[in-house]
Ligand binder design. Structure first.
Ligand SMILES: Cc1cc2nc3c(=O)[nH]c(=O)nc-3n(C[C@H](O)[C@H](O)[C@H](O)COP(=O)(O)OP(=O)(O)OC[C@H]3O[C@@H](n4cnc5c(N)ncnc54)[C@H](O)[C@@H]3O)c2cc1C
Length: 428
């Protein structure tokens, strides 16, 4: 589906929420005092909070139609940005309502808050939901996120689903969405979002697992700390992916049962899948201990780092270290490597992965050994020297964060359009 359609869906829903809010709260808005307006705005903040929560859930739902259009990287970056506005609405909701009601009854803020908790139905639950959401928002800020492992951070997110359910119940029981068309609409958007999450995050991988019975066929050491896992199963011809994409893998072996994203390191062949993993942390260091025959849960394919999104059919592939995996898959899927060049950078010659496969593909390749000094790094001068026609080519970059960031910036500054630059980040 085109981006414009998603934008339209967003705008329509935004206006529908405004419409239902205005219809049901207009008596407050047209009231003569500021107090009523505060209450109306407090209610609106609550509705927009729930709306943003639903969008946040959709962005991480792995809903194919959105993911295919934008790519998970971009969706995660929007998810992070929305987090700020969500925080503002969430805090404003109880704050405005408490101030508004306190002023209307001429009592203190604290007394009004106590009155909400003790006399109003569902406010204890709603407060609990709010605290959960604020907690998750805090641990997701850069400062705290860097201090906790991905696994802990992931599990701390799960109570959010309880918070969303409570928030939904709270709004259906009271407020602008508690009756008539507004209530049906609220049910519709909430249940649709939950349905999409259940389908794309849980049912689809279960379905894939049952259909293909993925299991490890063999493990091949490619280099020190770098292993290729070959996965076979049933109906493999029907498991299709595009070169450059990735999948989330869970190995059903003790202490390995947590999803991690890995790119396909070979092109589609209808028989087996290959992922090549470098030991870089807790989980990836245990890859060599995997047993042959271990069942694998595969969620995917995902990603927009594919040749399908190229503007021209001439390419410059730039890889750094293990970033070669999606790039090799792409190189192997090109029929004519005459129009492609590979620039591959590593810390040392011994770190080069897949040297034989790259040579066999006959792609023009240039290797960079960064241990020999800064003159051996891939920079815009080298690109110009190797490919004088670089402005007519699509760039595919995958490597360490700093390398990708500086290359993207310099390539853009050299006059290559944003549409011709494609990159995959190996962390979110
Ligand atoms: C789209 C994509 C494709 C990738 N392809 C490859 C590949 O082909 N080969 C390869 O060796 N590596 C690949 N990676 C990187 C790989 O996923 C991480 O190195 C691995 O998950 C680190 O796990 P760890 O527990 O060993 O390390 P840790 O030290 O625990 O994690 C290091 C960093 O990896 C990220 N990370 C950890 N766990 C997860 C997770 N479950 N989901 C998402 N990110 C996580 C976090 O940013 C974390 O800070 C890819 C990553 C992404 C996002």
């Amino acid at each position: 589906m085109k981006k414009v359609i998603w934008n339209t869906i967003f705008i329509i829903n935004f206006y529908l929420i405004l419409y239902f809010w205005f219809t049901n709260s207009s008596y407050l808005i047209t009231g003569t005092t500021n107090v009523s307006l505060l209450i109306a705005l407090g209610r609106l903040a609550g509705l927009l909070s729930e709306f943003l929560i639903l969008i946040q859930l959709l962005l991480i739902s792995r809903f194919t139609f959105i993911e295919k259009q934008y790519g998970f990287d971009k969706l995660i970056s929007v998810h992070k940005k929305i987090g700020f506005f969500l925080g503002v609405f969430l805090i404003s909701h109880p704050l405005l309502l408490t101030i508004g009601y306190a002023q209307s009854k001429n009592i203190s803020f604290l007394n009004q808050f106590i009155s909400f908790i003790t006399k109003w139905n569902g406010i204890v639950g709603a407060t609990f939901a709010l605290l959960i959401i604020i907690f998750v928002a805090i641990i997701s800020t850069k400062k705290y996120r860097a201090k906790i492992s991905y696994e802990v951070w992931y599990f701390l997110h799960l109570p959010l689903y309880i918070a969303v359910a409570i928030a939904f119940g709270h709004q259906i029981n009271t407020g602008d969405m508690s009756s008539g068309g507004a209530m049906y609409y609220w049910f519709l958007i909430n249940l649709t979002t939950i349905g999409i999450i259940i389908f794309y995050r849980f049912l689809r991988p279960i379905f894939l697992y049952i259909k293909h019975s993925f299991r490890i066929e063999k493990i091949v050491q490619e280099n020190e700390g770098v292993y290729s896992i070959y996965i076979i199963g049933k109906n493999m011809g029907q498991y299709r992916f595009q070169s450059g994409q990735y999948a989330n893998l869970i190995f059903l072996q003790k202490k390995m049962m947590f999803h991690h994203p890995f790119s396909f390191s070979d092109a589609y062949n209808g028989k087996c899948l290959r992922f090549t993993i470098k030991a870089s942390g807790d989980f990836t260091s245990k890859i060599e201990k995997l047993k042959i025959g271990t069942r694998v849960w595969i969620d995917g394919p995902f990603g927009v780092f594919t040749l399908k999104n190229s503007v021209n059919n001439k390419y410059i592939f730039i890889a750094g270290g293990i970033g070669i995996t999606p790039i090799l898959s792409m190189i192997k899927s090109i029929r004519n490597t005459q129009n492609a060049v590979l620039l591959y950078s590593n810390k040392s010659e011994a770190d080069i992965n897949f040297w034989h496969e790259i040579s066999k593909s006959q792609i023009e390749s240039h290797y960079f050994n960064t241990s020999l000094g800064t003159s051996n790094r891939i920079g815009i001068e080298k690109i110009v020297e190797i490919c004088p026609d670089f402005k007519e080519r699509d760039f595919y970059i995958c490597g360490p964060k700093a390398m990708t960031k500086s290359l993207v910036r310099n390539i853009k500054m050299a006059g290559v359009s944003r549409e011709q630059i494609h990159f995959e980040k190996f962390d979110y």
